[in-house]
Design a protein around this ligand. Structure first.
Ligand SMILES: [Zn+2]
Length: 381
């Protein structure tokens, strides 16, 4: 122990060391609380978690790091990560196979060893015998969408590599495209997935340019992107509404009925994407009203009331205000407190914008003014 001549010359180093030890223990338990909040209960096998400290560091920075660490751990152990397919080969949802490597690719099913296969939309539609592919190359090109059942997606998959497993059970999906962004022809895959706990998820697999364009599509222009976004929001809403019935459905007959409903939603989604892509300006007032009612305006209002100061952000690009709510919802408002849209589906995109500092925390004074504006603007209350 006595390997340094100074060790016993004064008691100050010992007391400093003890205080450092206290600080470490405090950080340790704080990080565990963040993990618990993210639902990570098993902390027996955690990788090293990094924290950076600097003089003048603000509490929000520490909060952000602790939260990011917890989020990382939570997503490492999750089978359903928004926007990613579970890979039965690597047994995780964040490997290189779990996302598309090109903007025009759609999920084509699992290979024999459980690896997700991605194919160009054009090829995939040809392989499933869709005879309308010429329309993809018309001028202007048509937006096509097709419902794909589970059977086709697991046709090659072997039992040893996840066939029939409930880790990530795809009930059915819609593939759609092409959405033009600049010169790129982009495609998307929308899956309804069940997990081990029989929870239902609407998963949107799309390149980040598409997710970004969907999240930013202005509501009033009748743009194709907004109409697709609207259709996605509708199916997310429908699936959420049926989720409880699905979880409690005991008998085979009941499950068949809910499953039939889900396929109805998928068919409706495909139809909406195609129809809306074509008749971009011909929406009836009735359809407009119905769509407006499905928007989670009231949830948005409740989420704003329940939000903590750290849930408010400014979108530095559009200057709108973003409020995060429960269950991965986030709501976009203008400065005058009018609800613009909600991004329930686009959880990943939200985090990406946080990480890239496009969303910056809102100062306390602005939060107060904003909440007052929301309360004043709230319709029928
Ligand atoms: Zn993989």
């Amino acid at each position: 122990m006595d390997n340094s001549p100074d060790t016993n010359s004064t008691t100050a180093p010992d007391s400093l060391a003890a205080r450092a030890q206290n600080a470490l223990e405090l950080l340790h338990s704080l990080q565990f609380e963040y993990l618990a909040e993210m639902g990570v209960a098993d902390v027996s096998d955690l990788p090293p978690l990094a924290l950076q400290w600097h003089i003048g560091m603000r509490p929000e920075e520490l909060h952000e790091q602790l939260r990011a660490n917890a989020q990382q751990i939570a997503s490492d152990s999750a089978a359903v990560i928004p926007g990613r397919v579970y890979c039965y080969h690597c047994r995780r949802a964040d490997c290189e196979h779990s996302t598309q490597a090109g903007v025009g690719l759609v999920f084509a099913g699992y290979g024999d060893t459980g690896r997700p296969k991605w194919e160009e939309l054009f090829n995939f539609l040809t392989n499933v015998g869709d005879d309308r592919i010429d329309l993809l190359f018309e001028k202007p090109p048509r937006l096509l969408a097709k419902v794909i059942g589970r059977k086709r997606l697991i046709a090659e998959q072997l039992v040893a590599f996840g066939r029939g497993h409930m880790t990530y059970y795809i009930i059915g999906q819609v593939v759609a495209g092409y959405l033009r962004i600049g010169h790129a022809r982009t495609a998307l895959t929308v899956q309804i997935v069940e997990d081990r706990e029989h929870r239902l998820f609407t998963q949107v697999m799309a390149p980040s340019v598409v997710v970004e364009a969907l999240a930013d599509a202005p509501e009033h222009t009748g743009s194709t992107f907004f109409r697709v976004f609207d259709a996605l929001r509708e199916i997310d809403h429908q699936v959420t509404a049926v989720a409880t019935a699905w979880q409690s459905a005991g008998g085979r007959q009941e499950r068949l009925e809910v499953r039939e409903k889900i396929f109805g939603y998928l068919r409706h989604l495909a139809h909406s994407i195609e129809r809306k892509g074509r008749q971009s300006r011909r929406r009836t007032p009735h359809a407009e009203l119905r769509s407006r009612q499905q928007r989670p305006v009231h949830k948005a209002f409740d989420d704003v009331q329940a939000a903590r100061p750290e849930d408010f952000f400014r979108d530095s690009r559009t200057d709108s205000i973003v409020v995060t709510g429960k269950n991965g919802r986030s709501h976009v408002y203008n400065e005058r407190g009018r609800h613009i849209t909600s991004l329930c589906l686009l959880r990943d995109e939200f985090q990406r914008r946080r990480n890239r500092r496009r969303y910056v925390p809102l100062p306390g004074e602005t939060i107060k003014q904003f909440v007052a504006a929301v309360n004043a603007a709230q319709p029928d209350k």
